[in-house]
Design a protein around this ligand. Structure first.
Ligand code: FE
Ligand code: FE
Ligand code: FE
Length: 169
């Protein structure tokens, strides 16, 4: 279809495919991150978000159904890049006291990407008068924001742990 005839509906569908791809990529990356971290509390936070992410994938499938499209993802280069950075960090900072702080930073970059995507999709869905879709996406946006906030709190502990290690040396 030539670009000229594309509509806001098409745009919504494109970005829906983007976040659908991203959520499923996150679903495979998060358990690896949970395994790598030192802090039990942080591990629990990552594991909790795996469960939430499963629900978010299901919500996106409901949204595809509402707009009468097949649930299909479209490669999201942004999430591939962010996940790769996390993997690099696990390799380069393995056994370091700074690994947890690094992975929290990486996870927050992912949450911020999701927050941006959901925020945009909600604005477009509102414009398109899709109130059921808005409700579903808003639930996921709220979870992403809560996760980001919990990670900010956990970051303090992780940063302090680095400080204590350095003071002891
Ligand atoms: Fe998510
Ligand atoms: Fe993307
Ligand atoms: Fe998330």
């Amino acid at each position: 279809m030539p670009g000229q005839s594309k509509t806001l509906e098409d745009l919504f569908h494109e970005v829906l495919k983007d976040i659908y791809y991203a959520e499923r990529k996150i679903l495979s990356a998060l358990p690896k991150m949970a395994k790598a971290v030192k802090s039990n509390e942080l591990r629990a936070a990552f594991e909790k978000h795996v469960k939430e992410t499963e629900g978010q994938v299901q919500r996106l499938q409901q949204v595809f159904k509402i707009i009468r499209q097949e649930p299909k993802g479209k490669t999201c280069q942004a999430i591939l890049g962010l996940v790769e950075e996390g993997e690099e960090m696990i390799e380069e900072f393995a056994d370091s006291v700074a690994l947890d702080a690094g992975l929290i930073g990486g996870a927050q970059a992912v949450e911020h990407y999701e927050i941006a995507r959901y925020g945009t999709l909600i604005a477009w869905a509102e414009q398109l008068g899709m109130s059921e879709v808005v409700k579903l996406l808003q639930q996921s946006l709220d979870e992403e924001k809560m996760t980001d906030r919990s990670l900010t709190k956990l970051a303090e502990t992780a940063i302090n742990a680095c400080g204590m290690k350095e003071a002891a040396e």
